[in-house]
Design a protein around this ligand. Sequence first.
Ligand code: ARG
Length: 288
Amino acid sequence: MTNPTLASSSSAVSAVRTPSPRHYLMCRPEHFTVTYRINPWMDPSLPTDTALAVAQWTTLYDLYRSLGHTVDLVDQVEGLPDMVYTANGGFVIGNVAYGAKFTHAERQPEGPAFMEWFRDQGYRVIEPQNVNEGEGDFLLVGDTILAGTGFRSASNSHEEVGSIFGREVVTLTLVDPRFYHLDTAISVLTPDTDDAHANIAYLPAAFDAASQTELARRYPDAIHVSDEDGSVLGLNSISDGYNVVISSRAKGFEAQLRAAGYNPIGVDLSELLLGGGGVKCCTLELRR
Ligand code: ARG
């Protein structure tokens, strides 16, 4: 079950991986700390080091820019330590930003803060009717939106996101509290492609049986990561189609990516892991 699959299939090895420049939103973690616990990774009794969080975050920011990506910044609001996880701030396709409506009271003020940023930048903002945590639970894979539920985003937000963007939405149910957002259990490897060419990596055990069946049917070439790599939030990663920025701790995933023709680049975000987030959580894709 936990064996890496398909990393050695000849079609995967011979595939030509092409990077494309991306546009991201990030938030410098100037007020990062852990003062509450809304996921199993967070422990307010453990010390955090804000300066180290900023330094690690800066490594990621600089890396994106060196890869040719554009990174916009939103200011962190004091008292909203989780704002650094911009992936949860909304879901953006074609200049339309579907706003977030957070599950937990501690993060609820982030919803309007991100919507204000989108409005200021000229995005058309859609106020959310239903609880959803943005790109933490909505992943655009090919033409389809994969949508997570179980811990955070409510399933009625899946219908909402589908009607806003006029796309097929596939509901996936998460069952392991360590993988409470979809982007902790699935990595989108092909950001710019259609359904026929789309590929992902994922941790099957993070999903219920029906979701596992659906993922296996849709993505027969997917990389299945080990529980070990999943457990360091290795899947919480960002691909430009060739370069895949991952946790430097996810050694098995790194080898699988390389075997499949990608260029994995490891970064250490240990401080941000104390809040239960990794590379992807700190990155929201802006699709103009
Ligand atoms: N502490 C944050 C929370 O529990 C972490 C969010 C991580 N974001 C993500 N896209 N997975 O909400």
